[in-house]
Design a protein around this ligand. Sequence first.
Ligand SMILES: *Cc1c(COP(=O)(O)O)cnc(C)c1O
Length: 423
Amino acid sequence: MNLVEKDSQYLWHPYTQHKTAALPIAIKRGEGALLWDENNKEYIDAIASWWVNPFGHSNKFIADAIYKQLTTLEHVLFGGFTHEPAVVLAEKLIEILPKNQQKIFFSDNGSTAVEVAIKVALQYFFNRGETRTTIIAFENAFHGDTFAAMAASGISFYTQAFQGMFIDVVRIPVPVKGQEQQSFDALKEVIKNKKCAGFIFEPLVQGAAGMVMYEPTALDELIKICQENNVLTIADEVMTGFGKTGKTFAMDYAKQKPDMMCLSKALTGGTIPMAITTFTQEIFEAFYDDDINKALFHGHTFTANPTGCAAALASLELLQTNEMQLNIARVNESHLKFQKQLVNHPKVTTTRVLGVIFALEIKTDTDASYYGSLRNKLYDFFIENGVILRPVGNIVYILPPYIMTNEQLQKVYQVVENALETV
Ligand SMILES: *Cc1c(COP(=O)(O)O)cnc(C)c1O
């Protein structure tokens, strides 16, 4: 049996209907923005492997930091113990996070980072003797696949089998251009009618919804409404964090600050699964008490894994180099040029760019659903042409590693343009 045949026998893949899906591609090796399969076919990874990999595959600098940590202290429990990589990482993050973020809590992936934030929002009010049990979230939000994160997510594909089993979540419209007032009004309405603990949102860009974007001024207004009503705000920066929007965090575009932030994906440069939820001192203090029942009884076995922390520290160092900042600006400029090229394209209804994120919507009367026929046709075309892109319905987005070369970017654009000819 070859690798793919054995895979079919033993493995169950995420987001996959195994009866109808094509067999997976076995990747053998990666370097920079490129991946090679077992037949040595080359692919450009134009979505940074689900948005985790800003600095390229098999990055030597991060790998060396990981090796060094693995051979010094690979892991130690974080209950009752601490270690330098966690402390140094926390200190460095607090330096660059919005100024009100003062406490760092570790977990393992984006969903758990969100899970922790939602539990903290609910327990914050419980600890203060107040009953607030509703969470507010955007329509078509994506916050992960564990239960509270899934409850906050609004894409029905992921949640339909579990309706009726969720914590109470009320959805408001995303304040995209022209819809801002509806969004503000809906938020005020929920807060008036329900006992709201928190509002969770993907700041400026809704990733899984197809890179749907809205303005920082609209976000500021929503946060202000929450602050006036003592509703905690949770910025889920799992996708947007660490440079994707052109600034370190999407929240850096806003004037208001969130009460909590969720980080994962690019945190370790796409090497080791790790996540962080960050908090204001005020939230921490609502749990700080002589009463043990007021503590946060949440943890994961691998909390603050030193090797993950070392990978995150090396990643941060790379992100902060002048060279990487120039890369982000270069990719952004390149996207803007491609966007100009597509103005008046007969097949394209709209395009949007923020930082290294590019998205276009294809004009279509046919099936534009999440995993519909148009999407599958596009996906197959991209793979055939050696470019990894995962369209969302009729939306094609590009989110390359920052180190993708100009030649590779041009090839990606060319393949996207060719794809437009086939639909
Ligand atoms: C990917 C993502 C998550 C979930 O992260 P996982 O590591 O897949 O659990 C949560 N929120 C946002 C905004 C994401 O993009």
